[in-house]
Design a protein around this ligand. Structure first.
Ligand code: HEM
Length: 404
């Protein structure tokens, strides 16, 4: 392609606050757009729904960063730690992916997750008790953040009290916006994280319980179904994958309602709309933005455009989820939308393992917050909300007032 790549301007506050006008233009102009995502990194952005769906099950596209020709993606990871950092299902292709996913998939079935409802409700109520007493809140720090961390820690069987350290380290490892994270910072945070996870595994070896981590340690020690690196990477992935994304669903969902008072009123008047509302938050402005990265294993034609071997293909679920060829009035937040097969959880073999859990947490958290916080309103103007600059999108803080 001779066309110059288009810059996704993550340093521009207007773009960070609302990237969707540029996304719409990119989608209209072509199905596969050559873009610069900042830090000098290039990607081929798949912008339309049908193409994104196909790309998510295209075997020519790999999830393994080692297939990327831009070596900076690997170099940002400390050399001695690459193996353990990348030995997780999210970044693996079959057959490793199949083996790793099978080890934990039973813990995340709709039935197993439904059984967690009373406990999730309990944690939600406890967090909101504290919020209600104080009369005002930052619904990210006080509510949307501690809820998913507590739930996933309990599911794994690890102490919840460590979450502050763990949150700080993971925040440093996550790409936020235009620049790649500093390798030295990633390394330091990862060393802490690795030591922490190793300690958790050690404690579980001493005192195995019937929780998920106990089962994984047994799979490692008695059945040799995964390596020690894979065990560490699995615990790390499960702790992290379900954390910032779900925070963004809960916080982002509440922010979307507060910016659309008609939808808020509708939901308050009919809580039966909650499951559909959560799907609509995921479609309209989901946490994964602009989308899901793959790497071309060979020169590959995608929607008529040839992307070179080793290219980063960014399957833009957030752009595809507003494709007018797939969704009626896609720019409208409509919590009663029926036909809503969005791509916010991906598609195909890597389809989000935690989707049932994220949905349940989202429904309980948002529904209970609306019930318990009458007169809920933003304490700042909607355009003053600080948003994470891309990669994983959502408000970083959500200052609100309500009638105590
Ligand atoms: C995979 C989104 C919550 C665990 C994915 C993928 C997406 C996604 C788009 C596919 C990535 C790819 O194809 O490369 C989300 C969103 C969430 C959420 C939007 C919240 C609203 C969770 C939760 C967990 C979780 C609560 C629980 C631990 C995982 C795992 C994978 C994954 C383990 C890898 C699956 C695989 O590679 O087979 N998620 N996720 N996610 N998610 Fe989630």
């Amino acid at each position: 392609m001779s066309e110059r790549p288009v810059l996704l301007p993550y340093t521009d506050p207007a773009f960070v606050a609302d990237p969707f006008p540029l996304y719409a233009k990119l989608r209209e102009d072509g199905p596969v757009r050559h873009v610069l995502i900042g830090g000098g990194l290039e990607a081929w952005l798949v912008t339309r729904y049908e193409d994104a769906l196909a790309a998510l099950s295209d075997h020519r596209l790999s999830s393994d960063v080692r297939d990327a020709s831009d070596t900076r993606l690997l170099q940002q990871l400390p050399e001695t730690e690459r193996e353990s950092m990348l030995s997780n299902m999210l970044r693996s292709d079959p057959p490793d992916h199949t083996r790793l996913r099978r080890l934990v998939s039973k813990a995340f079935t709709a039935r197993r997750v439904a059984a967690m409802r009373p406990r999730i409700q309990d944690v939600t109520d406890r967090l909101l008790d504290a919020v209600v007493e104080s009369g005002h809140a930052d619904l990210i720090a006080d509510f949307a953040l501690p809820l998913p961390v507590t739930v996933i820690s309990e599911l794994l069987g690890v102490p919840v009290d460590d979450r502050h350290d763990f949150q700080r380290w993971t925040d440093r490892m996550i790409t936020r916006g235009p620049e790649l994270p500093d390798p030295a910072v990633v390394n330091e945070a990862w060393q802490h994280m690795r030591a922490y996870v190793t300690e958790l595994i050690g404690a579980k070896r001493q005192d195995p319980g019937d929780d998920l981590l106990g089962a994984l340690v047994t799979a490692r020690d008695e059945e040799q179904r995964l390596t020690e690196d894979e065990l560490i990477a699995m615990v790390f992935l499960l702790l992290v994958a379900g954390y910032i994304t779900t925070v963004n669903l809960i916080g982002g969902g509440i922010a979307m309602l507060l910016a659309h008072p008609d939808q808020l009123d509708l939901l308050r008047s009919d809580p039966g709309l909650l499951p559909g509302a959560v799907e609509e938050f995921l479609r309209y402005d989901g946490p994964v933005n602009p989308g899901i990265a793959r790497f071309a294993r060979e020169d590959a034609e995608i929607a008529g455009v040839t992307v070179p071997r080793g290219a980063t293909v960014l399957i833009a679920s957030a752009i595809a989820d507003r494709d007018p060829a797939r969704f009626a009035a896609p720019e409208r937040l409509d919590i009663t939308r029926q036909d809503n097969a969005h791509l916010a959880f991906g598609h195909g073999i890597h389809y989000c393992l935690g989707a049932p859990l994220a949905r349940l947490e989202g429904q309980i958290a948002i529904g209970t917050a609306l019930r318990r916080l009458p007169g809920l309103a933003l304490a700042v103007a909607p355009d003053e909300l600080p948003w994470r600059p891309g990669g994983l999108r959502g408000p970083e803080a959500l200052p609100v007032t309500f009638t105590p």
